[in-house]
Design a protein around this ligand. Structure first.
Ligand SMILES: [Ca+2]
Ligand SMILES: [Ca+2]
Length: 350
């Protein structure tokens, strides 16, 4: 079967510079434009090949909506595709979605071994995926004639190289391309779209007031009873909180419809529980905005605040930085006291 497959591929040996893709959509995953050398492999349906798929991996750190997908096909002997298919598998090769007979656009790149190569473009998609690693591909659909192969690069991006499956060529299971060609190649492709939901972990924190006793930033990532702890110290000024923690994170969402802030905290059990104040930094106004205020609970308690009033102002333009601040005020205690923070996070939705 391998010799059969080899009839339908060419090896490329020439270098070529391609102009970058200029598109208004944002890029969710860039596996590279075609490098002009590498190889190519059958990925097509209803040509002289009944069906085959070449797929490659893409990684999304946040929940995304895929709106477009570009790849490169050689349309052998002047194949005029009638449509294209798109497939998305999870990292275990379980099919998430297969869209058939989609409209497409194409842009001629150059002739390769006497056959025209095109950038193939699918747009107007709305494929929603949670964070994770996926295999994605597109393929041309013919009318029983000619052939189409997907162009491959030598540069490997993501975790794995290309996988191939084809009942026509006798590869009934997803097979690493190394096992077919003896060399790893990656598909030249780009995924366009936008992030729809970003779970933002704390990247750093500071304790400008009070004494940071223990814990590091990773202790803020989960509600798991691993804590940052802070103790009281003498007040610098009566109006200031006794303890203050500022936490920083970064989101890839530029325009938010909603930001959910979640903290899980507790304070020492005292005759009077200290006031706890939660604030977000408004990058437009340049000031802190209080979003929650309560008596600090003596046991671990989750506070979740949904911000829907112009939440984009809490995202630093360009940099995407988010800042939250927790303050605890003097409860008039005569004994030392402290607070612990188990969890501090943002969920940013587009
Ligand atoms: Ca890859
Ligand atoms: Ca924790």
């Amino acid at each position: 079967m391998i010799s059969h497959a080899r009839r339908y591929r060419w090896l490329m040996c020439c270098m070529l510079t391609l102009s970058p893709i200029a598109r208004a959509q944002s890029i969710l995953w860039q596996n590279g434009d075609w490098e002009g050398s590498g190889s190519n492999i059958s990925s097509e349906r209803n040509t002289v090949v009944t069906e085959s798929w070449a797929i490659d991996d893409a990684i999304f750190d946040a929940s995304v909506a895929i709106t477009g997908y570009h790849w490169y096909s050689i349309l052998v002997n002047g194949l005029e595709p009638v449509a294209v298919d798109l497939i998305v598998l999870d990292e275990s090769f379980e099919k998430i979605i297969e869209l058939r007979d989609l409209p497409f656009e194409r842009e001629f790149i150059r002739d390769v071994a006497g056959h025209p190569a095109f950038r193939m473009e699918i747009s107007d998609l709305d494929v929603r995926l949670p964070p994770g690693r996926y295999y994605i591909a597109g393929r041309p659909v013919g009318e029983g004639e000619h052939q189409a192969t997907t162009l491959l690069n030598r540069t490997i991006r993501g975790v794995t190289a290309t996988y191939f499956r084809s009942s026509f060529f006798g590869y009934l299971d997803w097979t690493p391309i190394e096992n077919i060609f003896g060399t790893a190649f990656d598909i030249a492709f780009t995924v366009f779209g936008h992030i729809v939901r970003d779970e933002v972990e704390a990247e750093s924190f500071t304790v400008p007031l009070g004494r940071h006793l223990s814990g590091e930033v990773s202790d803020l990532h989960e509600s798991d009873d691993s804590y940052v702890t802070i103790r009281n110290r003498a007040l610098a000024a009566v109006m200031l909180p006794m303890m203050r923690m500022e936490v920083q994170g970064t989101t890839a969402v530029e325009t938010a419809s909603r930001i959910t802030v979640t903290v899980e905290t507790a304070a020492s059990r005292l005759p009077n529980q200290p006031l706890q104040r939660l604030a977000l930094f408004d990058h437009v106004a340049g000031q802190w905005i209080t979003i929650d205020e309560r008596a600090a609970p003596p046991v671990d308690t989750v506070v979740e605040v949904i911000v829907e009033d112009d939440p984009t102002r809490y995202i630093a333009p360009g940099a995407g930085q988010l800042k939250m601040r927790l303050d605890w005020f003097d409860p008039g205690a005569t004994t030392p006291w402290g607070v612990r923070i188990d969890h501090a996070t943002w969920t940013v939705e587009r």
